[in-house]
Design a protein around this ligand. Structure first.
Ligand code: 2AM
Ligand code: CA
Ligand code: CA
Ligand code: CA
Length: 264
């Protein structure tokens, strides 16, 4: 991507502007709908924010493609060319119920390679960014590599609540064992922020059974830049066009988590 710095600066400006829009729209009444079930929320602010990005990107970069959670971009069937993978509000449940702990997530991929990742914690006005080959930053300060020596028993691990419920992918007794083994678990309700916290080194792993490309796209780029690993739970590569299981952590914890899940 030859004009990467230019795109980075523009993308960052749009993200900050979108954050301001969200902050002002959330002061007024807004419509809340459900998607798959009563726990899966979407608001008109999610949609308006995605539309904001689509309007800016298509005007400035008509040949770029946009894959967004709320479907305001076009259908994307390949990662050829430049693709913006956008979650306008990651953590909509937090947004609606808590008015905090949500993020804008923007990953920019070129021919399938993650070049720029932005995760913006709107209410804290905190910008995490990852630039392939250059590093990861929090509010402009370079983030240190994550601790490669930390092991599972020392780890604070992000988990989602459905781990507590019997599910077809995994025997929940394994999770009980995992919870016993690790140092602690956390459930933040925003996948993007869990990735950002791993990059920052304030949690050590994130494991979840189903995320979409827009939940992962920016986070993977940021975590890559501090030496973390993000794959599906069987160790295979993330597919940025479909749903994925996800493990994200340093290499050592990643291996422990994979064998924990695979053991009979
Ligand atoms: P969202 O808020 O953008 O929907 C916590 O539930 C995390 O999982 C959030 O990052 C949320 O993203 C994501 N998630 C993915 N699929 C979801 C679903 N079907 N219902 C609720 N959250 C989902
Ligand atoms: Ca959603
Ligand atoms: Ca999301
Ligand atoms: Ca979302």
């Amino acid at each position: 991507m030859n004009n990467r710095d230019y795109i980075l600066n523009e993308a960052k400006q749009w993200v900050i502007e979108a954050g301001k829009l969200i902050k002002s729209e959330m002061q007024k009444p807004y419509k809340i709908d459900t998607k798959r079930d009563r726990k899966d929320l979407v608001t008109e602010i999610d949609k308006n924010t995605e539309q904001f990005f689509v309007d800016h990107i298509t005007k400035r970069y008509p040949d770029h493609k946009i894959l967004g959670e709320e479907g305001m971009g076009e259908e994307v069937h390949s990662l050829d060319g430049t693709v913006w993978i956008i979650d306008p509000i990651d953590g909509t449940m937090n947004f609606v119920h808590q008015q905090r702990f949500f993020a804008i997530s923007v990953g920019i991929y070129h021919d399938g390679v993650g070049e720029i990742g932005l995760i913006y914690d709107v209410m804290n006005d905190t910008m995490y960014e990852g630039i392939k080959g250059e590093g990861a930053y929090k509010d402009g300060e370079k983030l240190a590599p994550i601790d490669p020596n930390k092991t599972l028993s020392d780890a604070l691990v992000g988990l989602n609540n459905f781990w507590a419920i019997p599910n077809r992918r995994l025997d929940e007794r394994k999770i009980h064992d995992l919870v016993r083994k690790v140092k602690g678990t956390r459930s933040y309700g925003s996948a993007a922020l869990e990735f950002a916290y791993i990059a920052e080194g304030i949690i050590d792993a994130y494991i979840t059974m189903r995320l979409q490309p827009w939940d992962i796209a920016a986070g993977k780029i940021i975590v890559d830049e501090v030496g973390g690993v993000t794959t599906r739970v069987d160790g295979s590569s993330i597919d940025m066009l479909t749903g994925n299981t996800v493990i994200c952590s340093n290499k050592a914890i990643h291996e422990s988590l994979m064998s924990f899940i695979q053991q009979k």
